[in-house]
Design a protein. Structure first.
Length: 397
């Protein structure tokens, strides 16, 4: 099974699906010629170690070529989840299923009576269950036809609802509260973390024993499957600010990030073991995290910077200023031995030393927040300003 990864901005669990007929005009999906590595020779980049600045780097802008793009109506946030054969897209009150290779729309569902808000998407590991969340609703859809099966009201929610799946539960996070549901939509429990109703990020331990959730510096670990008890809680909100708190579950540690700081917590009791302050370079803004367990590397994207640390010692391997990105929300996905960062409509692939080995500025696709989805070994989707742009990674460090 292919490795499937989404960025924290575009969080969704592992997933796939089936086929149908086109419902958009042929002008909606555009195609670009596929290039091979032999056709695009690699040139070295002129960068420095440490706090890397890659302005003027040469020979990297052709190594993330666009295969196709989708332009659904409206410039609003796009969420995707990739499978071995398909890409599911949630956007402005609609859900699409696309061919992963060609971008052809094979099924489309307008979520009538649900408004035109952001749509989160998640699919079960066995590909039999598809869920979306939007505008206070959790909806089950048929993975083939995208026809709704059932719909439930999500209490305490705001516009953005995040979804996380296990084999027997659905977890939704929104408005400072985590809810747990059965796969049939029965509500089981709720846990309120932040009474101010802010955005929530969450992750699950590899043994499905704990769920860790973060918001505004408040970090909580709950016993699964039903959030029946709080295993531990830790607050790092004394640094101030109201940015989201990203969380990632490792083997022995939980990693959290808040307003330019990155924390390593002991997984068993939540004690903060190490912390790194990047705010002097990046400012006190949102930090997004990605963990590669194989290489034991922790990646952070913050305000136009790509950062890599040793996941055990928290030693900084590199801190790269992404060329032309400016100070903006920066998403990140791990692709194995490298990482890809998205910022202000631009996409950057960095190698193990922090050098930009591939870049695509996505000219003409807008310069908004750019979420990312990766499905190994070489397929990448970027979503700036209401677009879905499919790219192939030609450089694999």
């Amino acid at each position: 099974m292919s490795t499937i990864t989404t960025s924290p901005i575009n969080h969704g669990p592992h997933g796939t699906s089936p086929a149908g007929s086109d419902t958009l005009s042929t002008d909606t999906v555009k195609h670009a010629p596929v290039m091979t590595l032999a056709e695009v020779p690699i040139e070295p980049t002129n960068v420095m170690e440490g706090d890397v600045h890659t302005e003027g780097a040469m020979g990297v802008k052709d190594h993330l070529p666009i295969l196709w793009y989708l332009s659904p109506p409206g410039a609003q946030g796009v969420n995707t989840v990739a499978t071995e054969d398909y890409l599911y897209v949630g956007h402005r009150g609609r859900v699409y299923r696309l061919s992963r290779l060609t971008g052809v729309v094979q099924a489309e569902q307008e979520l009538k009576n649900y408004g035109f808000e952001e749509v989160s998407v998640a699919i079960s590991e066995d590909r039999s269950l598809l869920f979306i969340a939007t505008n206070g609703k959790l909806v089950s859809l048929d993975p083939m036809s995208l026809e709704p099966r059932w719909s439930k009201e999500v209490p305490d929610s705001n516009r953005r609802i995040r979804i996380l799946l296990t084999n027997d539960r659905i977890y939704t996070g929104s408005g400072g509260t985590v809810h747990v549901w059965t796969l049939n939509g029965a509500h089981i429990n709720r846990r309120s973390i932040d009474q101010d109703g802010f955005d929530i990020r969450f992750d699950i331990s590899s043994d499905n024993g704990l769920l860790v959730a973060g918001t505004r510096g408040f970090i909580r670990a709950y016993k699964l499957p039903d959030l029946s008890s709080t295993r531990w809680d830790e607050d790092v909100s004394d640094k101030g600010g109201s940015e989201p708190t990203s969380v990632v579950y490792g083997s022995d540690f939980v990693y959290a990030a808040n307003i330019g700081w990155v924390y390593q917590l002991r997984a068993t009791d939540g004690v903060v073991l190490k912390k790194r302050d990047f705010s002097k370079s990046t400012g006190s803004y949102e930090v997004n995290l990605a963990l590669d367990k194989t290489s034991n590397r922790l990646y952070a994207g913050c305000n136009g910077y790509g950062i890599c640390m040793d996941a055990t010692s928290m030693e900084t391997f590199y801190k790269t200023s992404l060329p032309g990105a400016g100070w903006n929300i920066t998403s990140v996905v791990s692709t194995g031995r490298s990482a890809v960062f998205g910022c202000k409509g631009r996409v950057f692939q960095l190698d193990t030393s922090g050098k930009v080995v591939a870049q695509n500025n996505l000219d003409g696709y807008g310069n908004g927040n750019t979420s990312l989805t990766f499905c190994g070994p070489d397929r990448l989707w970027a979503c700036p300003d209401g677009y879905v742009v499919a790219m192939i990674m030609l450089v694999v460090p």
